[in-house]
Design a protein around this ligand. Structure first.
Ligand code: 5GP
Ligand code: ZN
Length: 113
Protein backbone atom coordinates (compact mmCIF):
# COMPACT_ATOMS: atom_id res chain seq x y z
CA UNK A 1 0.00 0.00 0.00
CA UNK A 2 1.17 3.52 -0.80
CA UNK A 3 2.60 5.59 2.02
CA UNK A 4 1.80 8.75 0.09
CA UNK A 5 -0.81 10.87 1.86
CA UNK A 6 -2.29 12.22 -1.38
CA UNK A 7 -2.50 8.71 -2.89
CA UNK A 8 -4.44 7.77 0.26
CA UNK A 9 -6.80 10.71 -0.23
CA UNK A 10 -7.21 9.70 -3.90
CA UNK A 11 -8.03 6.13 -2.81
CA UNK A 12 -10.55 7.38 -0.22
CA UNK A 13 -8.47 5.88 2.58
CA UNK A 14 -8.19 9.17 4.44
CA UNK A 15 -10.82 11.90 4.33
CA UNK A 16 -10.56 15.24 2.57
CA UNK A 17 -13.03 18.00 1.77
CA UNK A 18 -13.41 17.15 -1.89
CA UNK A 19 -14.38 19.78 -4.44
CA UNK A 20 -14.10 17.62 -7.51
CA UNK A 21 -12.98 14.22 -8.74
CA UNK A 22 -12.90 12.28 -11.96
CA UNK A 23 -10.90 9.35 -13.28
CA UNK A 24 -7.64 11.28 -13.58
CA UNK A 25 -7.63 14.07 -10.96
CA UNK A 26 -9.16 15.36 -7.78
CA UNK A 27 -9.42 18.67 -5.95
CA UNK A 28 -9.82 19.19 -2.21
CA UNK A 29 -9.45 21.95 0.36
CA UNK A 30 -6.01 22.34 1.94
CA UNK A 31 -6.01 21.13 5.56
CA UNK A 32 -4.04 24.25 6.63
CA UNK A 33 -5.39 27.04 4.43
CA UNK A 34 -3.02 29.93 3.76
CA UNK A 35 -5.84 32.11 2.36
CA UNK A 36 -9.66 32.28 2.74
CA UNK A 37 -9.91 29.88 -0.21
CA UNK A 38 -7.08 27.37 -0.59
CA UNK A 39 -7.50 24.12 -2.44
CA UNK A 40 -5.25 21.62 -4.18
CA UNK A 41 -5.63 19.92 -7.55
CA UNK A 42 -3.78 16.60 -7.83
CA UNK A 43 -3.48 13.82 -10.41
CA UNK A 44 -4.77 10.40 -9.28
CA UNK A 45 -1.56 8.86 -10.56
CA UNK A 46 1.41 9.22 -8.26
CA UNK A 47 3.76 11.75 -9.85
CA UNK A 48 6.23 12.84 -7.15
CA UNK A 49 6.81 16.37 -8.38
CA UNK A 50 6.96 18.70 -11.33
CA UNK A 51 10.56 17.54 -11.81
CA UNK A 52 9.27 14.07 -12.78
CA UNK A 53 7.00 15.31 -15.57
CA UNK A 54 7.46 14.13 -19.13
CA UNK A 55 5.87 15.09 -22.43
CA UNK A 56 3.22 12.39 -21.91
CA UNK A 57 1.89 14.26 -18.87
CA UNK A 58 1.30 17.50 -20.77
CA UNK A 59 -2.41 16.95 -21.61
CA UNK A 60 -3.20 15.92 -18.01
CA UNK A 61 -1.44 18.97 -16.58
CA UNK A 62 -3.30 21.19 -19.01
CA UNK A 63 -6.64 19.72 -17.94
CA UNK A 64 -5.70 20.14 -14.27
CA UNK A 65 -5.06 23.84 -14.84
CA UNK A 66 -8.35 24.27 -16.69
CA UNK A 67 -10.13 22.53 -13.79
CA UNK A 68 -8.28 24.68 -11.25
CA UNK A 69 -9.58 27.80 -12.97
CA UNK A 70 -13.13 26.42 -13.23
CA UNK A 71 -13.16 25.50 -9.52
CA UNK A 72 -11.69 28.90 -8.59
CA UNK A 73 -14.67 30.51 -10.31
CA UNK A 74 -17.06 28.16 -8.49
CA UNK A 75 -15.41 29.18 -5.21
CA UNK A 76 -16.19 32.81 -5.97
CA UNK A 77 -12.68 33.86 -6.95
CA UNK A 78 -13.95 36.09 -9.74
CA UNK A 79 -11.33 38.79 -9.24
CA UNK A 80 -8.38 36.46 -9.48
CA UNK A 81 -6.43 33.82 -7.62
CA UNK A 82 -2.90 32.47 -7.32
CA UNK A 83 -1.69 29.09 -8.55
CA UNK A 84 1.50 27.64 -7.06
CA UNK A 85 3.43 24.42 -7.65
CA UNK A 86 6.26 23.87 -5.17
CA UNK A 87 8.98 21.55 -6.43
CA UNK A 88 11.64 19.78 -4.39
CA UNK A 89 13.61 20.93 -1.38
CA UNK A 90 14.47 24.32 -2.81
CA UNK A 91 10.86 24.90 -3.87
CA UNK A 92 9.64 24.11 -0.35
CA UNK A 93 7.67 21.01 -1.38
CA UNK A 94 6.35 19.09 1.64
CA UNK A 95 4.13 16.45 0.03
CA UNK A 96 5.82 14.53 -2.77
CA UNK A 97 2.72 13.96 -4.89
CA UNK A 98 2.37 16.70 -7.50
CA UNK A 99 -0.26 19.29 -6.64
CA UNK A 100 -1.37 22.70 -7.85
CA UNK A 101 -2.25 25.09 -5.01
CA UNK A 102 -5.08 27.54 -5.75
CA UNK A 103 -5.36 30.47 -3.33
CA UNK A 104 -7.66 33.45 -3.19
CA UNK A 105 -10.12 35.50 -1.21
CA UNK A 106 -11.66 38.94 -1.08
CA UNK A 107 -8.38 40.84 -0.54
CA UNK A 108 -5.29 40.86 -2.76
CA UNK A 109 -2.77 38.23 -1.67
CA UNK A 110 0.61 39.48 -0.46
CA UNK A 111 3.47 39.51 -2.92
CA UNK A 112 5.00 36.02 -2.98
CA UNK A 113 8.58 37.24 -3.48
P1 5GP B 1 3.61 21.68 -0.52
O1 5GP B 1 4.46 22.41 0.47
O2 5GP B 1 4.05 20.25 -0.66
O3 5GP B 1 3.48 22.40 -1.83
O4 5GP B 1 2.15 21.70 0.07
C1 5GP B 1 1.52 20.63 0.69
C2 5GP B 1 0.17 21.11 1.15
O5 5GP B 1 -0.61 20.00 1.50
C3 5GP B 1 0.22 22.03 2.38
O6 5GP B 1 -0.42 23.27 2.08
C4 5GP B 1 -0.52 21.23 3.45
O7 5GP B 1 -1.29 22.05 4.32
C5 5GP B 1 -1.38 20.29 2.64
N1 5GP B 1 -1.66 19.01 3.29
C6 5GP B 1 -0.74 18.20 3.89
N2 5GP B 1 -1.35 17.11 4.36
C7 5GP B 1 -2.67 17.22 4.06
C8 5GP B 1 -3.79 16.39 4.29
O8 5GP B 1 -3.73 15.32 4.88
N3 5GP B 1 -4.99 16.84 3.82
C9 5GP B 1 -5.12 18.02 3.15
N4 5GP B 1 -6.35 18.35 2.74
N5 5GP B 1 -4.07 18.83 2.92
C10 5GP B 1 -2.86 18.43 3.36
ZN1 ZN C 1 1.00 9.79 -4.22
Amino acid sequence: MSECIFCKIAAGEIPAKLLYQDDEMLAFHDIKPAAPVHFLVIPRAHIASCAELSEAHAPLLGRMLVKASELAREQGLNEGFRTIINTGRIGGQEVYHLHIHVLGGSQPLGAPF
